[in-house]
Design a protein around this ligand. Sequence first.
Ligand SMILES: NC(=O)c1ccc[n+]([C@@H]2O[C@H](COP(=O)([O-])OP(=O)(O)OC[C@H]3O[C@@H](n4cnc5c(N)ncnc54)[C@H](O)[C@@H]3O)[C@@H](O)[C@H]2O)c1
Length: 457
Amino acid sequence: MNVSVIGTGYVGLVTGASFAFLGHRVCCYDVDLAKIEALQKSIIPFYEPYLEILVDEQVKKKQLFFSCSLDEFFAQSDIVFIAVGTPTDPQSGAVDMTYLKKAALEIGKNMQPHRYYVVVNKSTVPVGTHQLVEELIKESLQVSGTKDVAFAVASNPEFLREGNAIEDVFYPDRIVVGTYCPKALALLEELYRPLIEQSFTLPSFCPQRPQNLGRVPFVKVHPLSSELIKYASNAFLATKITFINEIANLCDLFGANIDEVSLGMGLDQRIGPSFLKAGLGWGGSCFGKDLKGLIHDGKKMGYAAELLQKSLQNNYSQRSRAIYKLQQALKTLRGRRIGLLGLAFKAQTDDLRDAPALDLIEKLMESDCTVKVFDPVAMENLKRLRPQWPLVYAIDEYDLAEGCDGLILVTEWKRFHGVDWQKIHSLMKNPLLIDGRNFLDRQRLEAFGFVYSGIGR
Ligand SMILES: NC(=O)c1ccc[n+]([C@@H]2O[C@H](COP(=O)([O-])OP(=O)(O)OC[C@H]3O[C@@H](n4cnc5c(N)ncnc54)[C@H](O)[C@@H]3O)[C@@H](O)[C@H]2O)c1
């Protein structure tokens, strides 16, 4: 099939590269010319394991193309994915639909007569957006005077996790599709067949198929349900983390150990072990904006989603636990030199959207601290995003530790396990370590002389 993808960010690029790998011809479109020019040379604009080599292979095989404007290839597409950003409107908390609306209008404008298109919302969109997209395409077709075009709109939310995107897209837990149109449903089922049947083999450098993965459920639902499944999933996962963080804060007071509590809870099959890792709270581009979007839309319908509101608030206050723990240990923070181990909102990505590190840096600067930072891949992004911040960018963990009154581990990069902690200890002015991800071995660090504080440990 010919597949077009509108919006070549994390989701669009991974989607495009994956369908190209599965044998379809794919063109990824983006309004960002610099991004498209880089991608044409197989330069990936963000860090995502395995993606660069996958893209490069498909570009060389002429299965994957990139373009800035909807062209001849688009006109011949069978399936068009919309994967543009749907950020939060900072004023209202609503989902900002500007990019999505523009994309829908552009799609309508470029559709050709005597063809059938399936337009698929892969972006996370408010409930009801499939209707909006359909209306915008019709409006655009009317303006351009194009007749005899048949199209159907489907919702097909994406559940990939940054840093695990290839694994998540090729070995999904489920594929959710919502559409009224049986023909569109059949085409999408055909497109996804290799994933549903797991009838492909990824190159050996990619993550291999999990042993227990069988046929992947293709979940056919009403489009309204499909749109809500995505929001509800993210709201649930965010709240599960917020829940365990609250238990961790209680552990700190009771003297219990959250690792043990999570283990004992997670073995209950009704609860399950994932997302029971306490820490400084979640970040990233999705949880916050999706919670805000859902709360906002509920409010518009006269419903205050109080649990979700509290979940959101608690997550942001959880980030301050690190500051509270620093204050407990150091008393006044004024004039202290604090180092942040990790900046990205999670390991295996350079994404800083809604990253706890940003809040922590601001709070430390407000407290008149000197802030040193180190992250293996996200430092260039921070320099670009906050060029005005007077930070000390360290070249590695040892450079970071030098002269510090305290370190906060913010991102659970695997390499932090392997550093020479004895050397770090010797370089610090005061060997205080706040482990914001409960990632390090407390006993080992204490044996080196660190004053260690985790979250609920
Ligand atoms: N990042 C994730 O982990 C993730 C996971 C699941 C779902 N989602 C959802 O997927 C959507 C995309 O997220 P993302 O992280 O890939 O966003 P992103 O910001 O990385 O990428 C969006 C891209 O769309 C482009 N764009 C905007 N308007 C366009 C237009 N009219 N035509 C062509 N390109 C256009 C932008 O230039 C940008 O490159 C969002 O709705 C998000 O909530 C994201």
